[in-house]
Ligand binder design. Structure first.
Ligand code: SF4
Ligand code: SF4
Length: 352
């Protein structure tokens, strides 16, 4: 196993040194919060962040993406023929991604890369991406990754795992691709026993903190879907929601998109954009009928999809990696942890 140790300055200059062979995305200050930005755009990486406001899902699944291009009308024999729009599948690394967000990619993968359907763009970009994770030494009070199959230093979905040891960064190769990447970096030295002990104690201390953030999901599979759907608590859960969509746009495990054609000067683009089930327009049909016209129906859909439909379809896990973003940034404090507990402990009343 390759485990290397870098000083912080050396780590950042090393990353800058590999940009010719690999696009590097790093957490960096972006206004009032952190985002994953391309290192080549003169950004200063900041690994002292807690977590980025937006997850790194856009690195593989852009918020807006040209799927096809076409010419419109005229005598051109090529008119109205959809052609795959040029896309960039060059090798890239997301450096500093938290283990919960790496887990998020695995959850999304079930939708975009399964035996019945492979989304060609998502799959190619995912396959050209390595995930260099950064363990969480100081999880937020809203994090609950350990309740949904993850952990603050969980290696499962990563190619490399980083441990922030103050003025040094310890980098441990997990997969073959991750180890190759690590070996391609200049500088650093092999980690010694004392470095490894520090990394271990950092991980153990973090796991202790996470022990307090438990959310129960173990009974969800046993619930009858129609009974949960008709549970009496949905109006209460949804009461304060303003359908802003923040929860879904920040979420590493939400994958919904809308497709639109845009035409300008005879040139057309078919574009997909992230969409949100929290928007009243999401299910508006051409006839004017909207099966989720009421707010409680949309809020119910979000939680039923994440915590019941997904659970029943894949027979393991939930569609949530416990990153806590939707808890932290919902402007009206709707809390998925509370809703999960309500769903998990739900019992049908005989008179309802
Ligand atoms: S962030 Fe909160 S208020 Fe906004 S749509 Fe989500 S649940 Fe509703
Ligand atoms: S549902 Fe909320 S806590 Fe779960 S992955 Fe999405 S944003 Fe994070």
């Amino acid at each position: 196993m390759t485990v290397k140790l870098f000083s912080k300055e050396e780590w950042i200059s090393t990353l800058k040194g590999v940009q010719d062979s690999c696009r590097i995305f790093v957490p960096a200050e972006n206004g009032d919060y952190h985002s994953f930005l391309d290192l080549k755009d003169d950004v200063e990486p900041d690994f002292g962040f807690q977590n980025s406001r937006l997850s790194a899902k856009a690195v593989v699944f852009p918020q807006s993406e040209r799927m096809f291009e076409f010419k419109v009308g005229g005598d051109d024999p090529e008119a109205d023929i959809l052609k795959d729009a040029p896309k960039d599948y060059s090798f890239q690394a997301v450096v500093g991604i938290r283990p919960c967000d790496a887990h998020g990619f695995q959850i999304v993968k079930r939708n975009f890369d399964n035996p019945e359907y492979q989304d060609p763009w998502w799959v190619k970009r995912y396959e050209s991406t390595i995930l260099v994770g950064l363990g969480c030494g100081n999880p937020c009070s809203t994090c609950f990754c350990t309740s949904v199959g993850g952990g603050p230093f969980d290696e499962t979905n990563l190619d490399v795992l980083l441990y922030d040891l103050g003025d040094r960064m310890l980098a441990k190769g997990i997969t073959g691709r991750g180890t190759d990447f690590l070996n391609s970096l200049s500088g650093g030295r092999d980690a010694d026993d004392s470095d490894l002990e520090q990394a271990e104690s950092l991980s153990a201390a973090s796991s202790d903190k996470m022990g307090k953030n438990h959310v129960s999901t173990d009974q969800l599979r046993d619930k009858v879907v129609t009974e949960l759907f008709d549970a009496g608590f949905w109006e209460d859960v949804a009461f304060s929601c303003i359908n802003c969509g923040t929860c879904t746009f920040l979420c590493p495990t939400c994958w919904c998109f809308d497709i639109q054609d845009e035409v300008y000067n005879g040139q057309g683009d078919r574009i997909r954009n992230w969409d949100t089930c929290m928007s009243p327009l999401f299910t508006l049909e051409g006839s004017g009928h909207n099966p989720r016209q009421n707010k409680f129906q949309r809020v119910r859909q979000r939680f039923m999809h994440k915590l019941k439909y997904y659970v029943d379809k894949y027979e393991s896990g939930v569609q949530c990696s416990g990153c806590g973003r939707c808890v932290r940034f919902c402007p009206v404090n709707i809390d998925i942890r509370r809703v999960a507990e309500m769903m998990n402990s739900f019992k049908k009343q005989s008179n309802t």
